[in-house]
Design a binder for this molecule. Structure first.
Ligand SMILES: NC(=O)c1ccc[n+]([C@@H]2O[C@H](COP(=O)([O-])OP(=O)(O)OC[C@H]3O[C@@H](n4cnc5c(N)ncnc54)[C@H](OP(=O)(O)O)[C@@H]3O)[C@@H](O)[C@H]2O)c1
Length: 292
């Protein structure tokens, strides 16, 4: 399915590899102006050069911003940087935000701001980035927030007295919980925005994808398992198509389906569809981000 994103402006987090890079390339190939976010200046430059060189649409353009999304201070600083880019390139607001950046950490590690690393990058960052960029998304008549979740959310559960699993850490369980939190965040966002909202949120299920996620800072055993597991996965271009679809397909503006795979709605877990849990999580995230 060929989509035209000419004239549209998107932010993609984690644009330096895997699904985020493929999504950035797909959007630029469809004529969009994409602001990618990465944590390494070197990789950001390399991606900008690569995506621009391969662009299949003359209007497609990519800009890269450097930010460590495990830190709330860096997420907040992105808003003026993005506003500057929009102004400099004559863009009116944001048509969409893709909360894609994600990490898997086997051992408990804390960010300098004191949050468990996976919770900070996979859960807090999508929430805070969406909140910080909401005024720019609201400048467009119909805008989207797509958060990259995972089928592993089916194994997740919210431990309300220890959301970051700091007392009994298990890296895989912590990851699964963050992916459940992505769907709950999506649900809470749509609920809070109401039926007439111009900004609509969706959670994307990429399936199993051949990326480097399991190789980054993980022990040898995890790298061994991921090398075998990902062999059965798809190329990142496959989930990128679903994300691009969720960003602009007009018929989805009235959809009440939160969870999508391969451009089709998919049933999320019972725990992910629990609206009370979604609202409770939203309140917890507000507190953790100092927004309550
Ligand atoms: N691969 C799969 O099978 C699969 C399945 C289900 C869901 N997912 C989800 O898909 C999303 C993308 O993952 P992927 O598989 O494409 O992995 P990936 O290739 O490792 O991409 C992850 C992206 O997030 C960035 N990132 C990580 N920590 C960051 C931080 N602190 N600040 C800023 N950026 C950060 C990475 O930057 P660097 O380039 O600097 O590392 C990279 O650009 C994640 O949310 C993941 O949970 C993946």
């Amino acid at each position: 399915m060929e989509i035209n994103h000419q004239g549209k402006t998107f932010v993609v987090s984690g644009a330096t590899s895997g699904i985020g890079l493929a999504t950035t390339q797909a959007l630029v190939d469809q004529g969009a102006f994409v602001i990618g976010i990465g944590r390494s200046e070197e990789r950001c430059w390399a991606v900008k050069k690569q995506v621009q060189a391969q662009a299949r649409h003359t209007d497609g353009q990519v800009m890269m911003l450097v930010a460590d999304l495990s830190l709330q201070s860096k997420i907040r600083a992105l808003r003026p940087e993005i506003e500057n880019l929009l102004r400099d390139y004559g863009r009116q607001g944001l048509d969409g935000l893709v909360n894609n950046a994600g990490t898997f950490t086997y051992w408990l590690s804390l960010t300098p701001e004191g949050f468990e690393m996976q919770w900070a990058v996979n859960t807090l960052a999508p929430f805070l980035l969406s909140t910080v960029l909401l005024p720019l998304l609201m400048q467009i008549p119909s805008a989207r927030i797509v958060t990259v979740s995972s089928d592993s959310h089916f194994q997740g559960r919210m431990h309300w007295d220890d959301l970051q699993l700091r007392r009994h850490y298990n890296g895989l369980q912590a990851y699964e919980n963050t992916k459940l939190a992505n769907v709950l965040f999506t649900q809470a966002f749509n609920r809070l925005m109401g039926e007439q909202a111009t900004v609509k949120a969706f959670a994307a299920d990429p399936g199993l994808v051949k990326t480097e996620i399991g190789f980054k800072g993980t022990p040898a055993l995890v790298r061994w398992i991921w090398a075998r597991r990902r062999a059965g996965g798809t190329l990142p271009e496959v989930p990128a198509r679903n994300i691009a679809y969720l960003l602009t397909e007009p018929s989805l503006q009235t959809s009440d389906q939160p969870y999508w795979k391969d451009c089709k709605p998919k049933k999320a877990s019972k725990r992910a569809l629990d609206i009370q849990a979604a609202e409770r999580l939203w309140a917890e995230l507000e507190k953790m981000c100092g927004l309550a």
